[in-house]
Design a protein. Structure first.
Lengths: 348, 290
């Protein structure tokens, strides 16, 4: 049986991982993901792209909801503002895509101050509703301000070249999403282990106690909002590259709930959890479709008319079941498995 | 002036639907501290069930209402028992998340059972057009207004005078003390869900009778959040009044400004209200002690 690690210095305590084995596994995973385009079909690759974008968004939401404890039901609004920023800057103003993607993070981050300021006085449920109201107002604006956003006609993004990557190909887009996802993951992990990240956790656990310890609630809640919506906006910008035709219809309530489901299923407050949750929630409808194909044709035809409803049903049930049997999420499950494995003959 | 009065009247009608649903939100929030995101879906389920009862049994309207109330109470109790009861002792955050999960589960289930098409609710209220001065209302619209008054009065009397209502208020105030005084706290929670299902279900029926029973009825639940927030989540009557205010604002902004403001004016109003008064117009300010 292995003993625990005994951390002796402060640097070791806050380091990402003091275990070289973890690092090598992580590197192996990145390598495998980088080599994926060589072996995978283009369907699998575009699925992986969707997972990557979802993971970026989930990491962003996780900073706000998981680490800082501010519930947001308005992810659709932040995603939509990021997506439209990129799309419109490229389609109408001929900005280079690199800069347009960056603005996809900046614009939602500034917009989040609109929600962030009331959040200083609001708690929990009131905040959840404010963010939801925000997302309705954003989508409404996108639909009705035709002069700026093309309204119901949507925005078409032409074939793009991003730093030499051809985004029209699945491989090009996949590479861009993978690199962005890795950068976002590292940024999130590093933010969470600094003073700022610990302030977030303190606010989540008890905001009054945090304030007594000298953490400025105003500042850190706004920072949490801005960082989170920056990442979510980037995910939205990548969505513009992926869909190439942007319409306001996809940014509905279900999208916000699915984003929340990713964070809950993965495990609140953990970056790895957010990624696992994104993988799970994106693959869930795909797996269901595969499973439906195994059923006899009559049943299959009947069920496939309701594919959208089945998706909602599964998302809902996953949230309910996960919260009941494993509130720590997939990441908690993973830790249990690890513990069982390392302590094997003595594990309970 | 006639336009204004008619807009106010139609605003009051849709506002009374919002108000009734907001009362349902407030009942559950006041007694259990949980904001039920699935209230709109519960309303939809009751309305669909009532529609099935009305079409298959061909019940007259005066008989349909009590049958619907019974069915709604049953639905509320079952949902509370299956989904909410096992979560007791968990943080409120988790229970609220469960209601969000429940919302999309119910929504999908209802569409899978009853199909994606809208259908008219045949058991309509007799009467046709009713003129009150310059204001013209359909009898169905008048029914919604009357229902709002009846529900508000019933909720007020229930919480003020009945033994169970007082026990519910006591539980809301301090669960432990209520338990020590002999209140069955667990039953209170299921009772709150039952009452909320009945109240919102009646709103659902009134809404379906006015328009149709349609798969997007759940959206009325989200539309009623501003009402509940405006009135304060812990005050059922305040939430009801909030519904009327939001309804009138929505109708006026749609009538005079347009651009689909009807759907989001409520949300704009609550963002402003919450910035000024974080606990709603009629809500109680919470004192926090560490």
């Amino acid at each position: 049986m292995r003993t625990r690690h005994f951390v002796e210095t402060y640097e070791k305590h806050v380091s990402l991982s003091h275990n070289p084995v973890t690092w090598s596994w992580a590197l192996l995973l990145v390598l495998a993901l980088a080599l994926l385009p060589m072996v995978a079909s283009s369907y699998l690759l575009s699925l992986a792209t969707t997972v990557g974008i979802a993971a970026i968004g989930a990491i962003g939401l996780n900073i706000l909801t998981g680490s800082t404890g501010l519930i947001s039901l308005g992810q659709a609004g932040f995603l939509a503002s990021g997506c439209y920023t990129t799309g419109l800057l490229i389609a109408d103003y001929n900005w280079p895509p690199e800069l347009a993607l960056l603005m996809a993070g900046v614009v939602p981050a500034l917009l989040s101050l609109l929600v962030g300021v009331p959040s200083l006085r609001l708690k929990g449920l009131y905040l959840a509703i404010t963010t939801m109201a925000f997302s309705f107002i954003v989508t409404h604006f996108l639909l009705y301000a035709e002069g700026i956003t093309h309204g119901p006609y949507g925005v078409r993004v032409e074939d793009l070249n991003f730093l030499g990557l051809d985004l029209a190909t699945t491989t090009g887009l996949y590479t861009l999403v993978l690199v962005t996802a890795i950068l976002v993951t590292l940024m999130a992990l590093n933010i969470l282990r600094t003073r700022v990240g610990r302030a977030f956790t303190a606010i989540r656990d008890h905001d009054i106690a945090a304030r007594v310890m000298g953490i400025s609630l105003v500042r850190y809640k706004l920072v949490a909002f801005m960082v989170s919506s920056f990442f979510v906006g980037i995910a939205g910008g990548l969505m513009a590259f992926q869909f190439r035709f942007i319409n306001v219809d996809i940014f509905n309530v279900l999208l916000s709930i699915e984003a929340l489901a990713m964070v809950i299923v993965g495990g609140l407050g953990s970056v790895a959890g957010a990624i696992m949750g994104a993988v799970f929630i994106v693959l869930l409808p795909e797996a269901t479709r595969e499973a439906l194909d195994l059923l006899p044709t009559g049943v299959n035809n009947m069920l496939s008319t309701y594919i959208y409803e089945i998706r909602g049903l599964l998302t809902g049930l996953t949230i309910i079941i996960m919260l009941r049997i494993k509130p720590q999420g997939l990441v908690g499950l993973w830790r249990d498995v690890q513990r069982y494995w390392t302590q094997w003959p003595l594990s309970k | 002036m006639d336009l204004f009065l008619n807009l106010v009247a139609s605003g009051l009608v849709i506002g009374s639907i919002y108000g009734i649903i907001a009362i349902a939100f407030a009942i559950i929030f006041k007694t259990t501290g949980v904001l039920n995101f699935a209230q709109g879906e519960v309303m939809m389920l009751v309305a669909y069930t009532s529609w099935s009862l009305a079409t298959s049994l061909a019940l007259p309207f005066w008989l349909l209402v009590p049958v619907t109330i019974l069915a709604a109470a049953l639905i509320g109790v079952v949902i509370e028992f299956v989904f909410i009861r096992p979560m007791s002792g968990q943080p409120v955050f988790s229970i609220v998340m469960v209601t969000i999960g429940l919302a999309i589960t119910l929504r999908s289930l209802i569409i899978m059972i009853w199909g994606p098409d809208a259908a008219p609710f045949d058991a309509s209220v007799e009467g046709g057009l009713i003129e009150i001065g310059p204001v013209v209302l359909f009898s169905e619209q008048l029914f919604a207004l009357l229902l709002f008054c009846a529900v508000s009065a019933a909720v007020y009397l229930f919480f003020r005078f009945t033994r169970i209502g007082i026990a519910m208020r006591a539980t809301a105030m301090d669960e432990t003390s209520a338990l020590l005084m002999g209140v069955d706290v667990r039953r209170i929670s299921s009772l709150a869900w039952a009452i909320a299902a009945v109240v919102s279900g009646l709103a659902g029926v009134a809404f379906a009778v006015m328009f149709a029973r349609a798969p997007d009825m759940w959206f009325q639940g989200l539309q009623s959040f501003p009402a509940a927030i405006l009135g304060g989540l812990d005050s059922p009557l305040g939430s009801g009044a909030g519904g009327l205010i939001i309804g009138v604002i929505a109708a006026l902004s749609e009538g005079y400004i347009g651009h689909g403001l009807k759907e989001i004016s409520g949300f704009i109003v609550i963002i402003i209200v919450l910035m000024i008064r974080p606990y709603g117009l009629f809500g109680e300010k919470e004192l926090e002690r560490v």
